[in-house]
Design a protein around this ligand. Structure first.
Ligand code: PEP
Ligand code: MG
Length: 587
């Protein structure tokens, strides 16, 4: 019996599950490790031979076209890779791994490639390291050919734990129709887009579990513990039994919370708080009516733009937005215009790309691709004819940018009105997620109808901590005094101008941060659908007066840790149970 291995990660969506593994591999780096029965060996060999032949043909075609357009010297760039296909160490090695060890085709390719690369990478001379890269590229090409044979998703009725490198919007949308028990990913961090998509599925999810895909063999058992933030591969029976007990306990707790989701959300001293839902994938809209949410406070439209070569047309977007509005039956929806860049990178042909880190992202990127932006604005304004629509802009960094965007929206409205298209008023909001926006919020408040604070970005930009880097999690805290001060400024600006203020970043769904959020004056929160019952219950257990006190106490604190201690001390009697069940505190 193999020994269990524990992979530490970050809990992205609470819960515990035990089940057989399924691996989705999109990049070829962590192909599914499947062992095949004797009777399937020849089939696997045939698959791998066909994939090798296809991959060789496409490389030859690339070489010929390069030689034709750029001359024979360019053929030499490809030649070392082409030679690999005739290399007996390589091709025979793959077949031997299938025949002798009964590895599935993908696993055999990966293992052979890794084995061939190892001595090359150990060599000092750069020449050998480049050859290692050639081997890797050929391996990846063959794996892509193999992956192209099917969609890699588990069968609809399979109760499995899905392990992947990243979760793409397309995969997440497909998985919602399956009976997947939990998700574990290699990449991601607490607020990365992989984590956000995992939360949208409402399944226990652990992200940033480095090494888990390489160790996961399809069909073997794993535990995803998204309370402790760990994945256990090949657990022993005692570990499984213990995990089953924890799963049961969490389900019991979550069920009890859900039982109250239609009850009013009011603090113990009578202050009502409005709860809205965040939507990342259009299918979630179906669940709003039964969720206790009064509408959608953040619809992340950029997920319509990812993993495709051509951006969505006005008609395609209009259909999605109009259907969303209709499904909400009069409840409001805040559509955020596409927020691309960083870990949400589009792959459009012929369009400039947003920045991979900071810079030309969010609204700044939208303003550099006016046609793309206006196409979306037209679709959004047209959807207003179907019910209450609000539009907000992401990553606003200053007043001029916000004015330029609202001016474009105004022009789009005029144009549509001239065309005789039915439409209604569309209030315009500014996200506050860059420190410069919080600092200038008193001015921004004059140029928009509402504020919505994106704490995920506000925290990373204020503290200079990349939100996609799981290794930096300990440096990132919503309770940092600097973050609290910027939130305070924003709330004061909204109040002075009399415009609605909401929070849609993940701080609003953190039961440890919620007393501070409320105390700062945020009484409209937009949170992931699956977190709504917990957020509602947290609010019902605390008093606004004490929340304000803790914010006053935080002003005297010199670190996030000190603020956290102040919150824990003030609220552990009321919130200790929720914190423990959610894995926010362990004692
Ligand atoms: C945020 O930054 O908090 C936010 C809500 O936007 P996103 O997470 O999509 O960047
Ligand atoms: Mg953001």
């Amino acid at each position: 019996m193999s020994q269990s291995t524990i992979f530490k990660g970050i809990a992205a969506c609470p819960g515990v599950a035990v089940g057989p593994l399924w691996v989705i591999d999109r990049g070829g780096t962590h192909p599914p490790r499947v062992r095949v029965p004797e009777s399937k060996v020849e089939e696997q060999i045939a698959r791998v031979r066909a994939a090798i032949a296809r991959s060789r043909e496409s490389l030859e075609a690339i070489m010929h076209s390069l030689v034709e357009t750029h001359g024979p010297a360019y053929g030499q760039l490809i030649e070392p890779q082409l030679l690999m296909y005739g290399d007996s160490l390589f091709v025979d090695g793959i077949e031997r791994a299938i025949r002798e060890r009964r590895l599935g085709a993908e696993w055999a390719v990966r293992e052979t490639v890794d084995a061939l690369k190892r001595p090359l990478l150990d060599a000092d001379a750069p020449y050998f390291r480049e050859r290692a890269e050639d081997v890797e590229q050929v391996g990846l090409q063959i794996l892509r050919e193999l992956a192209g044979e099917d969609d890699g998703l588990p069968p609809r009725d399979a109760e499995v734990i899905v392990v992947a490198n990243v979760l793409s919007p397309a995969d997440a949308a497909e998985l919602r129709n399956s009976r997947v028990l939990a998700i574990a990913t290699e990449s991601g961090s607490a607020t990365s887009h992989t984590a956000i998509l995992a939360r949208a599925l409402g399944l226990p999810a652990v992200v940033a579990a480095k090494g888990v895909a390489r160790r996961s063999e399809v069909g073997h058992t794993a535990i995803v513990d998204a309370i402790r933030g760990e994945v256990v591969v090949d657990p022993d029976p005692a570990e499984c039994a213990d995990a089953e007990r924890r799963a049961e306990r969490y389900q019991h707790f979550a069920r009890a919370l859900r039982a109250h989701q239609d009850a009013p959300v009011v603090t113990t001293d009578g202050h009502p708080v409005e709860i809205l839902a965040n939507v990342e994938l259009a299918f979630e809209v179906e669940r709003i009516a039964a969720s206790g949410a009064s509408g959608v406070g953040l619809f992340r439209t950029e997920f319509l733009y990812l993993n495709r070569r051509k951006p969505p047309s006005e008609e395609e977007q209009y259909a999605v937005y109009a259907r969303t509005v209709e499904k909400l039956e009069g409840r409001p929806v805040v559509f955020r215009t596409f927020d691309l860049g960083a870990d949400k990178m589009p792959r459009f042909d012929g369009l400039p790309r947003p920045s991979a880190t900071f810079g030309r992202t969010g609204l700044r990127y939208s303003l550099t691709v006016p046609e793309l932006f206006e196409t979306q604005l037209r679709a959004l304004v047209r959807a207003s004819a179907h019910g209450p629509v609000r539009v907000m802009f992401p990553g606003v960094s200053g007043v001029d940018e916000l004015r330029e965007a609202t001016e474009r929206l105004r022009r789009v409205r005029e144009e549509l009105a001239r065309e005789g298209v039915p439409l209604e008023e569309v209030p315009v909001g500014s996200m506050i997620e860059i420190p410069s926006a919080a600092l200038r919020s008193h001015k921004l408040a004059e140029s928009c109808d509402f504020f919505s604070v994106g704490t995920n970005d506000l925290i990373q930009h204020t503290l200079a901590v990349d939100r996609t880097d799981a290794g930096l999690t300990s440096l990132s805290s919503s309770l940092d005094p600097a973050v609290i001060e910027l939130l305070q400024m924003t709330a004061a600006s909204a109040k002075a101008r009399g415009i609605p203020l909401s929070m849609c970043g993940d701080m609003a769904a953190d039961p440890l941060a919620l007393p501070v959020v409320l105390g700062l004056g945020f009484t409209q929160l937009s949170v992931p659908l699956g977190m709504i019952p917990m957020v509602q219950e947290t609010i019902r257990r605390i008093s606004m007066e004490r929340c304000r006190e803790v914010v006053r106490a935080a002003a005297a604190c010199s670190s996030a840790r000190a603020v956290r201690e102040a919150v824990v001390e003030a609220f552990s009697a009321e919130l200790g149970e929720i914190w423990r069940e959610q894995g926010v505190v362990t004692d």
